[in-house]
Design a protein. Structure first.
Lengths: 723, 339
């Protein structure tokens, strides 16, 4: 018996080995995509398959229709696929990240202010635009999405339900749950089935009214609320629902609000919310509006194959795709370059960091023209971010001293391996507004200087020791650092209780009381993520180094994961806060994916906006000259004069988007904002690295930018010697 | 036997409940606020309305049951106590929700489970097919040159971490020799069907399969060898040889059966391991399997998925123990439970 079992096992092993062995031979056959593409670079002159394989280390989740479903947690890979299957938006972002009207779609549009001070955007689309299934795109296809995803039905499906929040009548429409639901007499909002701010004006025209009462107009980017995308009606609404307008606003017919079997008056559920949940992940049943359609989605291998949509009329520049097939695959970051070199993928994007960049460029150099690269400076930067409402980092002098002593130019060189640079404020050199002001803007570079760091501290009042006497360099123990005498206003309970963390050397620094005065030690409690090269490099340059010691500062380091870091910044209860924040400095990165630059409410003095501020910086200039949303909208020159040339961060960030009406006005505010930011230094930018996209040279005309991803660029590409 | 199995199933239920409570408490203790993380998705929506944002955060806390104490939440997870007025727990078939994938937890495991089982079945068959004969061979030729060589090889294989082996094999077989793809699960963009599809999948599975097999050889081979050595030194074996039985009969019929008891434990463990993915191998080779889901969920603090996975493995483990105990009786009549 045992012998028979053993024989069976051995036979199975042999069979498995045969399969494995044979498969390798089969895999090198002519009909296998990966090897074929590797062997058919532009150099060979052979015919190339009209196909591109895009690799991404981020995994596809299949959430292609509406990635993130109204939230901000959409996966980057899913968004890429969404970008390929979605088109005909009234406005699209261009190569510079700016929103522009889509002339392929929009026949005409007007933007007018009505008698209530609202902005009415009227759009007429071109007839004859087709979805992938051949059905015509009409005005209702645009309005269906905004209506559906402003209604409680979408909220029931897990969407934010706030797609139309900027438009007049949103609150009433969002409160409407169907005619069968009774409205409470004391209801704050009277529900209406019509969305007053959305009008269906004809088969090919509609209007959107941006609300001034709700604070969405005047607003510099208000017209971007007119950027809406058409979807097939059956995808969004399912069967039996229509978009109508009887003169009071567009609405969805009652079938949209049909209640689910488990619906109760206390907890309404809707049949159509189930439809939305299912349609969200359905890539086979409904048509597409973009340049490509999904021909296969393999959830098992996380691979998505897209083929050209012959009905696509073009993007905002009328551009149509010519590459027949795009395959989007998951790759492993550690071996991605080997996969690229072996021909398993045709494009690797977003390569950064010294070693990785060098390896990628070496692969291009050694390929004899088979591979090529394109690069751009990232629209963003790695940074030290400060908490500006407590502890030593609440003082600009401390933040400036850290910038001086850190030697950011050297840091950027070391971290990026030379493939990066330093920015001196929260901007990208690719921003149009930067281009407009770069010759006139005055920014401090905070070049490495221990003396300047000391001077900044002395100017900031860091001149005491723990006994309230003059600080003397070269001391040990608690007197190794400078102390600052706190004013009565600064001597908050949090600052009185300030104490250093991670006291592994046995020295605990804390705020001391001397003769009724409070003195705070110059100790930076820093939280960094790990594993993270930036954290390691910062530790080597800040923790216990001669320069930092020489200026009378101590940096105490604690590391953890990114969620912990966010928890500390948000000061979540679940991280053990009892109203006492701990860390004054964090290292992380930030960036922009479009040129919509709006930091309104980020620097508000109103504590209710506390959670909206990354830095919790309250600019003293804003106390003296605060921004009034309901007040007169001053021009920049008027505001400078009225404030005595002391405009604060809140004022500048608010006026930038709520006072500016023209590009020039916006740029003027923007430049002043960057200058004030650079002076107060709520972050120290550490590096702005270059991103390299490497690709098979058979792909021609491949040009990317910080705001123009490889999948955007592929629309303009062709394949050399395509079959 | 039936009574014994029922009794064991009862014990298993108790163990499951204790373990599930402990695990639930562990994850509840980790300082992470899921409601806050979910609320961040809404921040842009509530850009001009911080009061609305706070209300949304509190609403999310209530929705997620975070306004209840941890024991109430645990009972709600089991499905024996209502959360927000509804019984929605594992008893009702609600196994939790993945906040990373925005789908029910069980839905995201279907495809990875298929992939994991697919590769593990072959890895297990290959592993057992090699280690058992090899272990027996080494025991029979104990102290010989070939046994010594195998001992050295297995101790080296046993000592090298799987990620080192993986990288080494990728470098040799995929990059230098180009025999196998570096990673992935099928030829990108291929639409093969039937046997061609299967062969294509084998091509991609071959290298991870070889790594998994190679890294598992050392331990099992040594285990089989030592069990066989112990069995071969038993009095009954000496008696069998004295009776003049052929050596093959002595080894495979008498000694092997006596060596089976400890080996059964490991073999069953291997087969149960078919359901659990290899975190290292799946991540390095880009395979969409259970190990990858597990580590991704842990990293993303998608604890309901992690909890479901762990509870699944608890059940598999408990069932495995039961199967092992029953199989002991078949291998050795002296320890049958109903005697």
């Amino acid at each position: 018996m045992n012998k028979r079992i053993l024989s069976l096992v051995l036979a199975l092993v042999m069979l498995a080995l045969c399969f494995v062995g044979c498969s390798n031979t089969q895999g090198n056959g002519d009909d296998t995509g990966a090897d074929t593409s590797a062997d058919t670079g532009v150099v060979s002159g052979e015919k190339n398959e009209n196909k591109v394989i895009v690799g991404n280390v981020t995994e596809l989740a299949g959430d292609f229709r509406w990635p993130g479903f109204g939230g901000s947690s959409a996966g980057a890979a899913d968004q890429d696929v969404n970008g390929l299957i979605t088109g005909y938006s009234t406005m699209e972002t261009n190569q510079g990240g700016a929103y522009v009207w889509n002339d392929t779609v929009v026949k005409s549009h007007t933007e007018e202010e009505n008698e209530n001070g609202d902005l009415v955007v009227t759009v007429e689309i071109n007839p004859g635009l087709l979805f992938s299934d051949g059905t015509e795109v009409k005005a209702v296809n645009y309005l269906a999405y905004v209506l559906a995803f402003s209604s409680p039905v979408s909220v029931n499906a897990g969407h934010t339900g706030m797609s139309g929040q900027a438009m007049v009548g949103y609150d009433s429409f969002a409160a409407y749950c169907g005619e069968d639901v009774e409205v409470a007499e004391d209801a704050e909002v009277v529900p209406t089935k019509e969305f007053a701010g959305i009008r269906l004006l004809g088969d090919y025209s509609f209007s959107l009214t941006i609300s001034s009462a709700a604070g969405y107009y005047p607003y510099y980017f208000a017209n971007t609320y007119g950027a809406i995308t058409p979807y097939p009606l059956d995808l969004v609404l399912g069967e039996g629902v229509e978009v109508k307008d009887d003169g009071n606003g567009a609405y969805l017919t009652e079938a949209w609000y049909e209640k689910g079997a488990d619906s109760t008056p206390e907890a309404l559920t809707y049949v159509k919310s189930t439809h939305l949940t299912e349609a969200r992940y359905d890539v086979t049943k409904y048509a597409f509006s973009g340049p490509y359609v999904i021909s296969e989605w393999d959830e098992g291998t996380k691979e998505c194959t897209l083929t050209i949509n012959p009905n696509f009329a073009g993007n905002f520049e009328g551009q149509k795709p010519s590459i027949e097939t795009i395959v989007y695959v998951k790759i492993v970051s550690e071996t991605q370059l080997d996969q690229f070199k072996s021909g398993a993928v045709d494009i690797l994007s977003g390569i950064t960091g010294g070693a990785d960049t060098q390896a990628a460029l070496a692969a291009v150099d050694e390929s004899n023209g088979k591979f090529a690269e394109v690069h751009y400076q990232r629209a963003g930067y790695g940074k030290l971010q400060f908490e500006c409402d407590f502890g030593p980092t609440m003082f600009a002098s401390t933040r400036q001293a850290i910038a001086y002593v850190l030697n950011t130019a050297d840091f950027a060189q070391a971290f990026t391996g030379g493939y990066g640079t330093v920015v001196y404020g929260p901007y990208s050199p690719d921003f149009d507004m930067w281009t407009a002001v770069e010759d006139t803007i005055e920014l401090t570079e905070y070049a490495y200087s221990v003396e300047n760091a000391k001077q900044a501290l002395i100017d900031g009042g860091w001149v005491y020791n723990s006994k309230g006497e003059d600080f003397v360099e070269g001391q040990t123990g608690v007197d190794a650092v400078r102390y600052k005498k706190l004013t009565a206003e600064e001597a908050t309970d949090v600052n009185k209780a300030f104490v250093s963390v991670a006291n592994t050397d046995g020295v605990e620094y804390k705020t001391v009381e001397v003769n009724g005065e409070y003195y705070m030690p110059l100790v930076i409690n820093w939280f960094g993520t790990t594993p993270n090269d930036v954290t390691d490099m910062l530790a080597a340059r800040l923790v216990g180094t001669d320069d930092v010691t020489a200026i009378g500062m101590v940096v105490r380091s604690v590391t953890g994961d990114f969620d912990k870091l966010l928890g500390e910044i948000y000061r979540e209860e679940s991280y053990g806060y009892g109203g006492t924040p701990t860390y004054g400095m964090f290292n992380l990165a930030t960036g922009w994916n479009s040129a919509i630059y709006d930091y309104a409410y980020n620097w508000s003095l109103d504590p209710v906006y506390f959670g909206y501020s990354a830095n919790k910086l309250f600019d003293e200039y804003d106390v003296a000259f605060p921004y009034d949303m309901t007040g007169e909208k001053l021009t920049y020159a008027e505001a400078v004069e009225a404030s005595g040339d002391k405009l604060g961060m809140d004022y500048l960030s608010m006026a930038m988007v709520y006072n500016a009406k023209t590009v020039d006005e916006y740029n003027e505010w923007w430049g002043a904002y960057i200058e004030r930011w650079n002076e107060l230094l709520p972050d120290v930018p550490l590096y702005s690295n270059y991103y390299f996209d490497i690709y098979n040279a058979k792909i021609q005309n491949f040009e990317t930018s910080p705001f123009w991803s490889p999948v955007d660029a592929l629309l303009y590409c062709t394949i050399a010697n395509a079959e | 036997m039936g009574k014994y199995i029922l009794k064991r199933l009862g014990y298993m239920l108790v163990v499951f409940l204790i373990l599930s409570l402990l695990m639930y408490l562990v994850y509840a203790m980790i300082p992470y606020d899921r409601a806050r993380a979910e609320a961040e998705n809404w921040k842009q929506v509530y850009k001009n309305d911080p009061v609305g944002f706070e209300a949304k955060y509190q609403e999310l806390r209530k929705e997620l049951g975070l306004d209840q104490n941890v024991f109430v939440r645990y009972l709600g997870w089991l499905g024996v106590m209502p959360i927000n007025g509804q019984y929605q727990g594992i008893i009702q078939g609600d196994f939790g929700f993945s906040y990373v994938y925005d789908r029910p937890a069980q839905d995201i495991m279907v495809e990875p489970m298929k992939n994991t089982i697919f590769i593990n079945i072959f890895a297990t068959i290959l592993g057992l097919g090699i280690t058992i004969p090899l272990g027996i061979f080494c025991a029979v030729h104990r102290g010989g040159k070939r046994d010594t060589a195998v001992q050295v090889a297995t101790i080296i294989g046993y000592s090298i971490p799987v990620f080192i082996t993986s990288i080494l094999f990728i470098w040799i077989f995929a990059i230098l020799l180009g025999w196998f793809p570096v990673s992935g699960m099928k030829t990108p963009g291929s639409n093969f069907t039937g046997i061609t599809k299967l062969l294509d999948e084998f091509k991609y599975m071959a290298l991870p399969l070889i790594v998994m097999t190679a890294t598992s050889l050392g331990g099992m081979t040594r285990y089989v060898r030592s069990s066989m050595i112990e069995a071969l030194s038993m009095d009954c074996i000496r008696t069998a040889r004295a009776k003049g039985l052929r050596e093959k009969v002595v080894i495979y019929s008498h000694a092997w059966r006596n060596a089976l008891i400890p080996i059964i434990t490991l073999v069953i463990g291997w087969f149960l391991g078919i359901f659990s993915g290899s975190i290292m191998v799946e991540n390095i080779f880009g395979l969409n399997g259970m190990g990858r889901i597990y580590i991704n969920s842990l990293t993303a603090k998608d604890f309901e998925v992690v909890l479901l996975l762990q509870m699944f493995y608890v059940i598999i483990g408990l069932m495995g123990n039961l199967i092992i105990d029953i199989l002991y009786g078949f291998a050795d009549p002296r320890i049958r439970v109903n005697k």
